[in-house]
Each structure stands twice: as structure tokens, then as C-alpha cells.
Design a protein around this ligand. Structure first.
Ligand code: AVI
Length: 362
């Protein structure tokens, strides 16, 4: 794994090719995974390779990380403020009520440092950082993210609002071989944060694999704090309440979904007409996941310049763009235990829609 310092002095880990391969494997179904990965054994992997592989699958699929260009990241921030998108609000409520208890439980009387996977704006994280400051006076925080813009904004805000936090941003793709630093002070525990229901965008087996790999770089007593969106079967929300969270009245999620086509137009010289595709958000009860698709409104052919390839869509044909798995409390605990973090505590909102779970490496 490449580890070096870039001009901003930040740690950069994980090669682009490795990252792309892992991201494809993250999303695609088993048959799709082998097809996609076989397709990607060559050293030179590019966005074009990922898109070409995905559009040749049946049904057509693209990995969800493609959503997050600059426009897509802004649209996602907008989604988190929508009345229908309860996830962010619920998790923030849980953290507001219980961040102190979470930090104390994770620290177990020792000092603690925080490492966050896919930190983004680190908005809700500030609640945990404030609790850590109250617990021990000063705290080290490593946000890990692929977006330099997001890391810069998060670090500036934390520096202004929580001066006792020592921030060490890590510009890396945590799905691509990244692990925790080993130069820890004795008497200090690490708490790995994976909040925001990000685990839901990974195939369950892949989530276990990823967490187990990071677990291997941690020490006994270190913890994982996982934000989990609970499945309707867990008793809180109805399926209808879940579906509108991914198909809001203002159409922001639809724009977020279509933005992937806008991105392919810009970066690969594709000629998609985004409005020629309907946004579809559906609950798949068998797989316990929300799915997002783009459904072609008519038979159409789309030229992609960088791929020198024409893609054909039948009327009503779908392009699968995202899975968002929802777990029961037992299912989430099982996932964490399999990754080496048996659950020691959990916090839920009053209605049982969302859970924040603490696991500890034994
Ligand atoms: C980032 N991730 C947890 C979001 C989710 O709910 O799966 C992405 C998202 N997709 C549609 N709306 C939000």
C-alpha cells in the first residue's frame, strides 16, 4: 500500500486502481462481482473501466460511490436536511442525548482517540468530540475521507469550534487496504466511528470483511461505534416511511440519483439525457434493503465517447445505482461480532428507527 505525504502534508494511502476494484466489489452482486473483478485484473483501471463493466452487466449496475462528485456531495448534504430523510435527524438525536455515555463506555476509564471512516462534513461527530473533550480535556481525531474538500471544511470548522481537538486528516479510501496507525500511546484506546448508516451501502459480507480487516490493525479494548438504520421488521418505521426517505417530495434524491448520469456526461463524454430516466426507490424485503434505480423512460441508445461505446436501453430497463441495507438489532450485532467487535452497548431513538451500537475488540 502506498503511504506518502502530499503537498498539503496529509497522509495519502491506497492506490487508485486498488480503490476502484474494491469499490466495484463492494457494490456488485456475487455474479456481478466476479464479472467485474475479472474485468479489472489489469493494472490500469480507470473510471471508464468501472462504468464499462457495470453497463455490460445484466441488469446494468453502477457502484454508489459514483454519486459523490462535488455536486453529488452537495445534493447528499441537502438530502440530510430533508423532512423525509429521518436517518441523519435520528442519529443526531441519539448522539445529542448519549455522546457522553458512548465516550465513557468506549474509553472504560482510559484516554481515547477517535478515527472516523468517511468523515465527510463531520457534522454529527462534533457531538462525540465535545463529549471526548469533557471526558479527558484534549482529544486526537483522525477523519478519513476521499474528499479533500470535505476534510478541509471539517477540519476548519472543528478548529474554530472545538480548539482542544487535535485533528489529523487522512486523505484515503478506507475500502482500499487502509488500516489504523500502530504508534499509539499505551493507556490510550481507539474508537473507530462508522456512523451515518454508511455500512448500509456495503454488501453485508463486504462490510464484515472491511471491518474485520481494520479490526486486525486495532488492539484489544479498542471499539467500533456503528450507526445502523433499522429495518421496518425491527418494529419502528413502516415500509412507506422508509420509501419516502429515498423518494422525497422535493425531488432532491431523484436529482442525486440522476447526477450519476450528469457525471458520466462530464467525465466520460457520455450523452445521457438525465430526464430520460425516472428515479425509482424500492424496498426489497427479501434482501432487507432499499434500492435505487434509474429507469429508462423509452428505448434509447446512449453514446459514451471515452468508452467508444454505445449503450442500449429498452423502454423500462433499469440501471441499478444503490443498495442501502437495513438491519435488525440482532443482525447488526451479528455483523459486528463476525468482524471482531462484539456489541457491549447500544442506543436507540424513542421510536426504534435508528441505532448506534458500540462493539469492543476482545
Ligand atoms: C450515504 N448513505 C448512508 C445514504 C443512504 O441512506 O444509503 C445515501 C443516500 N442515498 C439516497 N439517499 C441517501
Amino acid at each position: 500500500m502506498a503511504v506518502f505525504w502530499n503537498t498539503a502534508g496529509w497522509v495519502v494511502t491506497g492506490g487508485r486502481c486498488e480503490a476502484l476494484k474494491d469499490c466495484m466489489a463492494t457494490f456488485f452482486s456475487e455474479s456481478g462481482t466476479s464479472a467485474a473483478c475479472a474485468e479489472q485484473e489489469s493494472a490500469e483501471q480507470t473510471l471508464a473501466d468501472v462504468v464499462r463493466a457495470g453497463l455490460q452487466l445484466t441488469p446494468k449496475q453502477l457502484p454508489p460511490w459514483l454519486f459523490y462528485d462535488e455536486a453529488g456531495s452537495l445534493l447528499f448534504e441537502e438530502i440530510t436536511r430533508l423532512p423525509e430523510y429521518y436517518l441523519t435527524r435520528m442519529e443526531r438525536g441519539i448522539l445529542t442525548a448519549s455522546a457522553g455515555a458512548m465516550i465513557r463506555a468506549a474509553a472504560g476509564g482510559m484516554r481515547i482517540r477517535l478515527v472516523e471512516l468517511g468523515a465527510g462534513s463531520a457534522d454529527k461527530t462534533r457531538l462525540l468530540l465535545a463529549a471526548a473533550l469533557a471526558h479527558q480535556g484534549a482529544v486526537a481525531y483522525q477523519p478519513v475521507d476521499v474528499s479533500e474538500t470535505a476534510l478541509t471544511a471539517a477540519c476548519e470548522r472543528i478548529a474554530a469550534e472545538l480548539p482542544g481537538v487535535e485533528t489529523e486528516p487522512i486523505l484515503a479510501d478506507y475500502t482500499a487496504g487502509w488500516g489504523l496507525a500502530e504508534d499509539l500511546n499505551a493507556g490510550e484506546r481507539q474508537l473507530l466511528l462508522w456512523i451515518g448508516s454508511s455500512v448500509g451501502n456495503f454488501e453485508p459480507e463486504r462490510a464484515v470483511e472491511l471491518l474485520a480487516r481494520i479490526n486486525g490493525t486495532m488492539r484489544p479494548g479498542d471499539g467500533l461505534l456503528l450507526g445502523v438504520d433499522l429495518a421496518p421488521a425491527a418494529g419502528g418505521k413502516s415500509e412507506a416511511e422508509l420509501v419516502v426517505a429515498y423518494d422525497d417530495a422535493a425531488g432532491v434524491t431523484a436529482a442525486f440519483n440522476r447526477n450519476v448520469l450528469v457525471r458520466l456526461n462530464r467525465e466520460l463524454g457520455a450523452e445521457f439525457e438525465p430526464e430520460g430516466f425516472a428515479h425509482r426507490a424500492e424496498w426489497n424485503a427479501v434482501e432487507s434493503r432499499m434500492e435505487m434505480h434509474l429507469e429508462s423512460r423509452a428505448a434509447q441508445r446512449v453514446w459514451m465517447d471515452a468508452l467508444e461505446m454505445e449503450v442500449e436501453f429498452a423502454a423500462g430497463e433499469r440501471l441499478h445505482t444503490e443498495n442501502s441495507y437495513k438491519y435488525g438489532l440482532d443482525g447488526a450485532a451479528e455483523l459486528m461480532a463476525r468482524a471482531g467487535f462484539p456489541v457491549v452497548n447500544r442506543w436507540l431513538d424513542a421510536e426504534g428507527w435508528f441505532a448506534v451500537m458500540l462493539g469492543r475488540k476482545g
